[in-house]
Structure formats: C-alpha cells, structure tokens
Design a protein around this ligand. Structure first.
Ligand SMILES: NC(=O)C1=CN([C@@H]2O[C@H](COP(=O)(O)OP(=O)(O)OC[C@H]3O[C@@H](n4cnc5c(N)ncnc54)[C@H](O)[C@@H]3O)[C@@H](O)[C@H]2O)C=CC1
Ligand SMILES: O=C(O)CCC(=O)C(=O)O
Length: 389
C-alpha cells in the first residue's frame, strides 16, 4: 500500500482515480505528495517521500534542489489548466476593452431610484473598443500562451509572440499566423495588449520591468497571469499613474497594487475551474501511480523523462549524480549478488541521472542489502525496488 498526502483542494475525481493500492491520508511518512499551490520552499521533506506531484503547471512552490538531493521526483501536469487561464485572460481583455469594471461599479453605486435615468445618461463614459484588429503580444508560447495566441487570432486580433525556448511540441500547436519575434521589445512595441505566460525562475523574475513597460505602446493593457514578480509591480503602478499603460490585470495581489484605479487583481483563480481542477487532479493521480508503481518519469521536472516498458518481475531505480562510471558501479553491485540484468536504461538531465534496471530474480535475494549497497555509492540519491503488480 502506498500512502499519498494531499495539500490544497484536490478535485474528488482525482482522488477517485487512485486504485486500492493507494491510501490518501495525512500521514507523516507519505510516499507521495499531491499538491497545488502550497508553499513547500521552507518545508522539511520526509525521508519516506518519493515524489511530489503538482496538479497544475508552476513548480516554483517546490524546493527543487533539495528534492533532487533527497532523490524525490517532482512532476507537474502540463496543460491541465491552460484552457482555464486562456479563457480568463480573454475575458479580461474584453472586460478592459469595454470598461466593464468601471461600468459595473457605476451601476452598482446607483441602485436606487436614479438607476434607470442614469442608464442612458452617462453611458458614453464607458464607450469601449473592440478586440478585432487590435494587436496582442504574448510572451511565452507554451501551453497557456499558445492557447491565448490562437484564441486572440480567432477573435480577429493580430498576434505577436516571443519565446526563445519554444519546444517543438509547443510550436506545432501555434497557428502560423502568430508572428514570432526575437525580443520582448519587438513583441510589445506596437501591442495594444501584452500578456505573459512563463514559469517563475531566476531569468523571468522582473522580465517585464520599467524598461520593457517603457517600450510598450502608450495606453497598452498588461496582464500577469503567470506568477508574482514576473511583472515588476512597482513599475506597473508607476506606469498606471503616468497613464503609460491604461490597465493592469494580475492574478497575484500584494499591498503595492491594492486598491488602485485601473489595476484589477484576481485571487489566483487562473486555473480555478471545475474542468481544470479535475484535469490536474486526475493527471496528477495517474502521475503518482505511474511513478510509484513503475518508476515512469513522464513530465518529471527534475529527472530525465523516461518511459521504459516494465516487463520483468522487479525493477530497481536509481537516482544519482550525472558523473562518469555510475552505470558501471551500479551494475557491479547487482552482479556481485548474482542477479541477472534483463534490461537497463539510463538518461541524464543536467546534473542528475536516472537508471532503471529490470531483473527477474530478486525473489528471496537480500533486497535491503542491495538497496543499502547502492545507496552507499556516494553519488547516489535514492534507490527503489519495485515489484511488478
Ligand atoms: N494563474 C494561474 O492560476 C496559473 C498560472 N500558471 C503560470 O503560468 C506559467 C506558464 O504556464 P504554461 O503555459 O502551462 O507553462 P509551459 O511550460 O507550457 O509554457 C511556458 C513557456 O514559457 C517559455 N519561456 C520560458 N522562459 C521564457 C522567457 N525568458 N521568455 C519567454 N518565454 C519563456 C517556455 O519556453 C515555454 O514555452 C506557469 O509556469 C505558472 O507559473 C499556469 C497555470 C495557471
Ligand atoms: O492550483 C491552482 O489553483 C493554481 C494553478 C497554477 O497557478 C498553476 O498551475 O501553476
């Protein structure tokens, strides 16, 4: 029986996906964490923990370096909530173009006798513009950005995209009418709307700051539905006050942007739809099961992605540093115990490597001895022996 500890609201459909070999509980010695936005950056990760699966996209709430050093595989569920974010961003583009927040506030302030008179009288205050024919810059063309770009095209907008790290898979999803450019400056300079959809990391913190906002068209509308800090909020407030940008919408509140005209804050609801939460939870549950039961690392963010068919009675998995002679040392330990290797696979991702060894004859052998011998190799982070179901 594997034990799974959950954090945040994980959709019931996801919890129901687990087979009887998995128990969801709040144990202190879980095999897996299934999480959403809980901040684990300062949390101690228990010795028992083998995997952390983020139902969603961003893994900036997980201490990746520490997890790797403890041999914990970290996954996300890419694309599971991308459509939800796309629809929210599109709705906010329309809302800002049509002054919907201001118009609603106006009507809300006049709910008494004068509301019908004012309905016609002041409506020119809320004259808007249409999206068709306007220009949208999308920074980051992955799962969310590509959907936003394609949806904007369908609404008749012109779309400019910037993504220096675009994967081949993501490129296939993008409509060829999205014009790709080689710099943020070239993306934003004539754009009426600018939206950013990138992961939070050292390179993307402050990616849209004073310099980039200055390069935007006067009166542009700016969106940050990625993470706090990717748009420099101080710079955004200055740009709103000087009317350089006409509206700023973000999913991540902080005091500096609170209670300001033309700044709309939503409470991190980009992925908060029934469909997205279900997708993420179901995909997350399958990820937990595939990793714990087979060592599959599809969509792992800190290990190489490997799918090796599991056709033997046992599988030994080793997470280790990506340095010379690891495969040699590992197979020597196995051979020393007269265990025959049926199949072996190894791949590396930056400084970390993952080795999968399939064997038939572990029954009755000293499995604990093998694990401790392998974990005795100083470059090894974690060893698991998995019995085929
Ligand atoms: N508000 C919310 O509830 C949600 C927020 N997010 C946030 O949005 C981010 C993006 O989500 P997805 O599109 O699903 O991720 P993704 O991984 O599919 O796409 C991210 C894209 O950003 C690109 N990128 C990376 N660094 C870049 C840079 N310096 N300049 C331009 N492009 C760069 C990558 O090449 C990739 O194509 C997530 O990491 C998460 O932080 C995602 C889902 C929900
Ligand atoms: O789980 C959530 O509601 C947040 C979604 C999100 O921010 C993400 O997937 O990166």
């Amino acid at each position: 029986m594997y034990e799974v500890k959950t954090f945040n609201a994980i959709a019931q459909a996801g919890l129901d996906t687990f087979t009887d070999d998995f128990e969801i509980n709040q144990t202190d010695e879980p095999d897996a964490y299934l999480i959403r936005s809980v901040n684990l950056l300062q949390a101690e990760l228990p010795e028992s923990l083998k995997t952390i699966v983020r139902a969603g996209a961003g893994v900036n709430n997980v201490p990746l370096g520490r997890a790797t050093a403890q041999g914990i595989a970290v996954f996300n569920t890419p694309g599971s909530n991308a459509n939800a974010v796309k629809e929210l961003v599109v709705s906010l583009m329309i809302a800002t173009a049509r002054n919907l927040f201001e118009a609603h506030n106006y009507s809300d302030e006049h709910t008494e006798a004068d509301v019908s008179q004012r309905t016609e009288k002041d409506k020119t205050k809320f004259n808007g513009t249409e999206l068709a024919g306007k220009r949208l810059a999308v920074i980051g063309l992955g799962n969310v950005g590509s959907l936003v770009a394609n949806a904007a095209l369908a609404l008749g907008m012109k779309v400019i995209g910037y993504d220096p790290y675009l994967s081949a898979n993501a490129a296939w999803r993008i409509n060829n009418r999205v014009k790709r450019v080689d710099s943020i400056k070239n993306a934003v300079k004539n754009a009426d709307f600018v939206t950013i959809h990138v992961p939070k990391n050292n390179e993307t913190i402050g990616l849209l700051g004073t310099k980039e906002i200055t390069e935007m068209k006067d009166g542009a509308v700016l969106f940050n539905y990625s993470r706090i800090g990717i748009v420099d909020n101080k710079a955004a407030v200055k740009a709103i006050r000087s009317q350089k940008i006409s509206h700023y919408c973000t999913d991540f509140g902080e005091p500096i942007i609170a209670d300001q005209e033309k700044i709309t804050i939503t409470p991190h609801i980009g992925g908060s739809t029934l469909e997205a939460e279900t997708n993420g939870a179901v995909q997350g549950a399958n990820t937990v099961m595939n990793y714990l039961e087979e060592g599959d690392t599809t969509h792992c963010v800190n290990l190489p992605n490997m799918q090796v068919p599991f056709e033997t009675a046992y599988r030994v998995t080793v997470i280790h540093q990506n340095v010379p002679n690891m495969v040699g040392q590992i197979s020597t330990q196995i051979a020393n115990r007269e265990i025959n290797i049926e199949n072996m696979a190894n791949a590396a991702k930056e400084k970390v490597a993952y080795t999968v060894i399939d064997v038939d004859d572990l029954q009755g052998k000293d499995q604990e001895g093998l694990i401790s011998a392998l974990e005795g190799i100083k470059e090894v982070y974690k060893v698991r022996v998995i019995k085929h179901r």
